[in-house]
Design a protein around this ligand. Structure first.
Ligand SMILES: [Zn+2]
Length: 210
C-alpha cells in the first residue's frame, strides 16, 4: 500500500520548478533544492544516502541491465518509471547514474521548456545526483571535521573519487583538482617498495611534489 507522503513526492519535487525556460544557474539551484527536499521527505540524514531513497517513490523501479549501450536510461513503461544502469559499471557509478536518471523523470513533463540545450539538461541531472548523494551539509560536516582524504571521503559517501572531487570543487572546499599520477607501462614489472626507489634515486625524492 502506498504511503500518502511518498505518493506525493514526485509531484512535490516537480512543484519546485517553474514552467518556463531556465538559465543554467537557476536550474542548478532548483536541482539542489529538489535533492534536499527528497532527502527531507524520505528522512535521510546520514551518509551514504541509500538507493532506497528512490525505491520508496511509487511508480519508480530501479534495474541493473546487461548490454545497455550507455551508462543509464529512463522511460515510462506505461505503468512505472523505469531507471536502468549499465551492469558493467562500478556500483558507485551506478548509484550516481540512478540519481541522474531520476532527475530526468522529475523534469520529464516540461523538459523541452526548461532547457534550451540537451547538454544543460545533462549537467543539471549530474548536479542533482551529486547533491542527493553528497548533500552540502554532510560533506561540509565531514570535511570540516578533518575527513579530507579524497578516497576515504568518496568511500564514506559511496561515490567515485572523481564525483567527490567535483562536489568539493563546487562547494568551494577544494580550490583545484589535485594532480593525478599518470602511470606509464614502460618497464612495468614488480613495483618497487618506496624505500628501494628512494635508494635507487640516490636518496633524492623524485616524482613527488614538494
Ligand atoms: Zn542524462
Amino acid at each position: 500500500m502506498n504511503n500518502p507522503n511518498t505518493a506525493s513526492i514526485l509531484r512535490r519535487l516537480r512543484a519546485l520548478s517553474p514552467n518556463r525556460g531556465l538559465d543554467e544557474a537557476t536550474a542548478l539551484g532548483i536541482a539542489e533544492r529538489q535533492a534536499t527536499l527528497l532527502l527531507q521527505l524520505t528522512g535521510q540524514t546520514a551518509a551514504p544516502v541509500p538507493l532506497q531513497t528512490l525505491r520508496r517513490i511509487p511508480s519508480v523501479v530501479l534495474e541493473v541491465v546487461e548490454n545497455l549501450p550507455a551508462s543509464g536510461a529512463s522511460y515510462w513503461t506505461g505503468t512505472c518509471w523505469r531507471l536502468e544502469v549499465n551492469d558493467t559499471e562500478h556500483p558507485h557509478r551506478q548509484r550516481f547514474t540512478f540519481c541522474h536518471e531520476f532527475k530526468h523523470v522529475i523534469d520529464h513533463p516540461n523538459r523541452d521548456l526548461l532547457y534550451a540545450e540537451h547538454r544543460t539538461r545533462e549537467r543539471v541531472a549530474n548536479h542533482f545526483a551529486a547533491c542527493l548523494l553528497m548533500p552540502r551539509r554532510l560533506v561540509t560536516q565531514a570535511w570540516c571535521s578533518g575527513e579530507q582524504d579524497l578516497n576515504q571521503l568518496a568511500s564514506h559517501f559511496s561515490v567515485s573519487t572523481e564525483a567527490m572531487t567535483t562536489r568539493l570543487l563546487v562547494l568551494g572546499l577544494l580550490d583545484h583538482r589535485p594532480p593525478q599520477r599518470i602511470f606509464c607501462t614502460r618497464g612495468a614489472t614488480k613495483p618497487l617498495h618506496w624505500e628501494q626507489a628512494f635508494a635507487i634515486a640516490g636518496g633524492r625524492s623524485i616524482g613527488e611534489h614538494p
